[in-house]
Design a protein around this ligand. Sequence first.
Ligand SMILES: NC(=O)c1ccc[n+]([C@@H]2O[C@H](COP(=O)([O-])OP(=O)(O)OC[C@H]3O[C@@H](n4cnc5c(N)ncnc54)[C@H](OP(=O)(O)O)[C@@H]3O)[C@@H](O)[C@H]2O)c1
Length: 331
Amino acid sequence: MTALSNAPTSSAEPVPAVGFAGLGRMGLPLARRLLQSGIPVVVYNRTQSKAESLVPAGGRWVASPRDLAKSIGKGVTFLMLTDEKAVRTVLFGRGGFARAASEGALVVDLSTIDPEESRANAAKLRERGVHYLDAPVGGSVDAATRGELGLFIGGEAADVSRARPLLERLGRRVDHMGPVGAGTSSKLVNNLLTVGITALSTEALTLADAFHLDRAQILDVLQAGGGRSGMLESKGPSFLARQYPAQFTTALARKDLRLIERAASREGRVLKMTREVRKLYDEAIAQGHADEDFASVLEVALVRGHAATPKPLPASPPPSGPTDGEGPTPN
Ligand SMILES: NC(=O)c1ccc[n+]([C@@H]2O[C@H](COP(=O)([O-])OP(=O)(O)OC[C@H]3O[C@@H](n4cnc5c(N)ncnc54)[C@H](OP(=O)(O)O)[C@@H]3O)[C@@H](O)[C@H]2O)c1
């Protein structure tokens, strides 16, 4: 058996362990899925307590990314971390993975980061003979728990084939999008839509409120028409209850919008609508919604909607004569 075949446990040979760093909202259910499918998983998380629930399921905790690299040897290690700073720390910091990584090991980074960072991390790891895939995910905590994520992969075809048996345990779609950086690029395109559609949905609900429409009914009707969307479906219950338990936080959504704007600007593109969307998320964070689900931008949209209520029109019509040289065109 190769280090990565991870065949079902019916084989007489032991299944090689997989590494997993980052047991937050997404990482924890993903590591658990691997364990539940019979794969031994060595786990690292900065905050140790988050790993505890995996120990009875067979997870083995190590104290640093460096120890993780030592334990996994030439095997596969997943990262599911907040942002590029976290990824850099885990890979290259003191006690980092690269300090003890074996030649031939494969790092699969599931975090959403700048494609430029993916390429830089891949190049640095390559100097040590370590392979790298960027593999950010579409879908949130529920999809991660059920194995229904979509994975956008960037990297060498041979590395994708090597990781595929594991990736297919994590998601229902594994799409190889191109070389390193193509996975994170695809994820940013995806998230421009998910956070943008959510923002526009909150504005639609503000209008529905102004028309005194029943929110539950209009949400139901919208899902039967051309305006239906996956985001409206998944965020509908939050929009109704105006409760926002975090799946994907507003802080992370804003992080992605910033990544999108930065990457677009680097490529010479101007995304004016995205800028407006980002301002909505900025405002949500300024108003204390950073750690709630990003559906909480509804609260900002509702307040903004009221602030925009126009003053009543003047009772008498405005003067009819030309006042500024732009009078009626003579016949
Ligand atoms: N949540 C979603 O619905 C969703 C969906 C798709 C993609 N994503 C992406 O997936 C990634 C993880 O998201 P999440 O929701 O799971 O975030 P999360 O719950 O905040 O978890 C973040 C993880 O990163 C670790 N971390 C942060 N800074 C670190 C550092 N400096 N050194 C070491 N570890 C560090 C955290 O460790 P501690 O536990 O010690 O804080 C935690 O394990 C993000 O890139 C996000 O954009 C999220």
